[in-house]
Design a protein around this ligand. Structure first.
Ligand code: FAD
Ligand code: NAD
Length: 457
């Protein structure tokens, strides 16, 4: 490491290529896990490797509790409350896990190695190294789909990572302060106070709900002169929002949004985005432009480049565009030593935290049987296939109301309203990663109740 950093000091713009970690001296097998998200962290938590080496590789040295991410965009929660360091998570198993902060840019299944990039700004360059594995677990998740629509990447804000939530919070604050600037042009003020959300899936709906709470509980108090001009528009390509929820909950959400003056524009498809306007094709087939101050893009998932690159190596077996196809034991089709979990895979379940979490636990059992087995294929044969248990779907829709589709005695039970909101709160509180996270979230909710949201940028 010393030689590498001295070399980098003299050659700041060039990359060093060498092994991140040498192979284990005692000949132990190595499992490399890519990611520190829902799937990978659930696997790491359940895994207790004593007879093999585990290396976790991720550009993020923490786990992020995504279900509460929309709350960070308006200051209901502070971002650190829903993050947990991967070193803290593995603290009781010290010495059995190694963590490398870096992004895997290439997977070479033939030579059983991955290329890892350290993009730290500290070096002023990108450092690249290779890492060999005996087994590889891909838990890199997915990225937000832009469908190649012009201007989305450049001008819209996504809502997937902690830095996205920070960017939205800062942008929202800028729009409001600028709109409140004395003598602001009325047309410009109107634009700055128009918040547009694209995508009526659970991410877009939950974000619109949080934004409404911010308007209703804080903006009206701190900026009474402009609050009535604040507008929220939700754009959805299909006939209705929340396609995966029951009809009853879809109408409940749409009528709550109507009461809260959130303008839901269904059957409207975004065609382009400029720094100040979003262009849509409306249900009549006409092209309309909507000036906006903040545009949040939540139009679904697509495979990450590293996953697409790997799929391209197996053109006959890897044909699903959503992600990597796997067998019933989560083994990648075409590569015996690679397992895939969560949003990176094209399994038949929805890309949710629930699925990734259960797959992580399952994979821990698989790896404990397979890694040191004399005949791994035979060992795999006696393991039961992965079976997903659906525990229900929950979403917050603003104004202290939530919706839930719950499986009950073999059928679906739909519930909504303020009591469901309390259920939503308790369910997420009890599912947070650690007691530390749960305490911080409780503290944030109490702080918000007592003092309102922190609206400083
Ligand atoms: P992720 O959790 O996204 O983790 C991917 C990991 O891989 C990250 O650590 C990332 O840094 C890392 N990584 C990325 N690229 C690389 C690379 N090249 N090399 C190495 N590592 C890499 N689901 C629910 O069930 N309930 C909910 O309430 C819910 N709410 C959500 C709210 C929001 C705002 C969002 C965005 C999603 C929500 N989801 C919810 C979906 C859920 O978050 C995902 O399905 C889940 O995170 C998938 O887990 P994963 O482990 O596959 O990926
Ligand atoms: P999604 O795929 O569920 O929804 C995206 C929506 O964007 C779709 O309804 C689609 O029709 C719309 N869309 C796409 N392109 C468009 C365009 N050009 N113009 C207008 N609309 C367009 O995406 P999501 O909400 O980010 O959710 C991703 C996954 O995460 C899902 O599996 C979801 O269940 C899960 N999730 C769950 C929760 C929860 O359970 N509370 C919360 C967030 C996310």
């Amino acid at each position: 490491a010393f030689l590498a950093s001295a070399w980098m000091h003299n050659h700041p713009e060039e990359a060093v290529l060498g092994p991140v970690l040498p192979e284990a001296a005692d000949g132990r097998k190595r499992v490399v896990i890519l990611g520190t998200g829902w799937g990978a962290t659930s696997l790491v938590k359940s895994l207790d490797p004593r007879e093999y080496e585990v290396v976790i590789v991720s550009p993020r040295n923490y786990f992020l509790f995504t279900p509460l991410l929309p709350s960070c965009t308006v200051g209901t929660l502070e971002h650190r409350s829903i993050m947990e360091s991967i070193r803290y998570i593995t603290r009781h198993k010290q010495g059995r896990f190694r963590f490398v902060e870096g992004e895997c840019t290439k997977i070479d299944p033939e030579n059983k190695k991955v290329i890892v990039q350290d993009k730290s700004e500290l070096h002023g360059a990108t450092t690249e190294s290779e890492l060999k594995y005996d087994y590889l677990v891909i838990g890199v998740g997915a990225e937000t789909a832009t469908f190649g629509i012009p201007g989305v990447k450049e001008h819209a804000c996504f809502l997937k990572e902690i830095w996205d939530a920070k960017k939205i919070r800062s942008r929202l604050s800028s729009c409001i302060e600028s709109a409140a600037f004395s003598g602001q042009d009325p047309k410009e003020q109107e634009r700055l106070l128009h918040m547009v959300v694209v995508g009526g899936g659970p991410t877009g709906v939950e974000y619109a709900g949080e934004l409404y709470d911010y308007l209703d509980e804080d903006l009206r108090k701190w900026y009474p002169e402009i609050a009535d001009k604040f507008r929220i528009t939700l754009i959805e390509a299909h006939n209705n929002v929340l396609a995966s929820f029951s009809k009853e909950l879809i109408s409940y959400t749409e009528s709550t949004f109507k009461d809260n003056k959130i303008n839901v524009r269904t059957q409207s498809v975004v065609k382009g985005v400029s720094p100040t306007e979003v262009t849509i094709k409306n249900p009549q087939g006409e092209i309309e432009t909507l000036p906006y101050g903040l545009l949040v893009w939540a139009a679904g998932n697509t495979a990450r480049p590293v996953v697409r690159d790997l799929m391209a190596k197996f053109p006959e077996l890897q044909t699903c565009r959503r992600g990597l196809s796997v067998d019933d034991k989560l083994r990648m089709l075409g590569a015996d030593n690679i397992f895939v979990l969560g949003d990176a895979s094209a399994s038949k379940y929805a890309p949710t935290a629930q699925v990734a979490n259960q797959q992580g636990k399952y994979l821990a059992k698989v790896l404990s049987k397979v890694v040191n087995a004399e005949d791994p294929s035979k060992a795999l044969q006696v393991i039961k296939p992965f079976e997903y248990t659906h525990n229900g779907s929950l979403a917050y829709i603003g104004s202290e109301k939530a919706i839930a589709d719950l499986p009950l005695f073999g059928s679906n039970y739909s519930t909504s309203g303020p009591m469901t909101y309390l259920f939503w709160k308790s369910a997420y509180l009890s599912n947070l990663f650690s007691v530390r996270n749960a305490s911080l979230v409780l503290l944030d909710w109490t702080k918000k109740f007592a003092f309102g949201r922190d609206i400083a940028r």
